[in-house]
Ligand binder design. Sequence first.
Ligand SMILES: [Zn+2]
Length: 275
Amino acid sequence: MKSDNDDNLPEQPMLEIIHANFGWLHSPPLPPASCHGLILRHAEKVVLVDTGIGMHDIERPLERIGHEAIDAAGFQFIRECTVLSQIKKFGLSAKAVTDIVLTHGDHDHVGGLADFPQARVHVSAEELVEIKAGNPRYNPEQFSHGVNWIDYAATDCEWLGLPSRKIDLDVDAEVNLIWLPGHTLGHCGVAIETLKNKLLYVGDAYYLRAELENSDHPVGELATIRAEDNAARLDSLRRLTSFATEHTQNADFFGYHDISELPDYIPGLEAFKPI
Ligand SMILES: [Zn+2]
């Protein structure tokens, strides 16, 4: 019940969900691909969802990513796109980042971790097992600063019908890992629900949104090659297709690499001069 005193209380700051591009990949003749993650800002506190290409990657690309991956994916090294640069534009320091939620451990998603060594890093237990076991698709250099991991094992609840694991974050939102394996063995999406928004970030469960409507989309060939478990990847894609049909009205969703899903205010690759 509202009391007379409520009017005098300072208004609680709301969680702000900021879409951002944390880097570019371009390997012609393929079109450019984004690293579209999220900055969740709650007053002076920041939670990141994936971290793109980081400052340390720009300083030491060969050690941290390697020649083969840089060429194959077409990594572009652009300081302005790093999360660290973008956080500073808000007038915040790296220390404002208390938590990072990761979809998986691929080079282009974890590069910014070392720029926020104090942050707690939330990931599925299955993914952490692969990272720690030295699965060759990951580069241990990107984790060598010592990551403060928090892993989630049980798929114990559902979010809009999708199997999920609740993440413990001290922000004004419910955040869940959504079990979407296949691209990697522990790959998850991330669902963010506030009073106003329901948003599902699918990570690399698809490369292009068009894959949901066209199961024979040509990009499926690359997705198949990159998948640790292709049958699981296709299952995840099918779950997302049903989700997209059932929840068009009450939830938004987007992936990491499809530039058509970037908001208009985010500049294209042509706006930058890669190093
Ligand atoms: Zn990726």
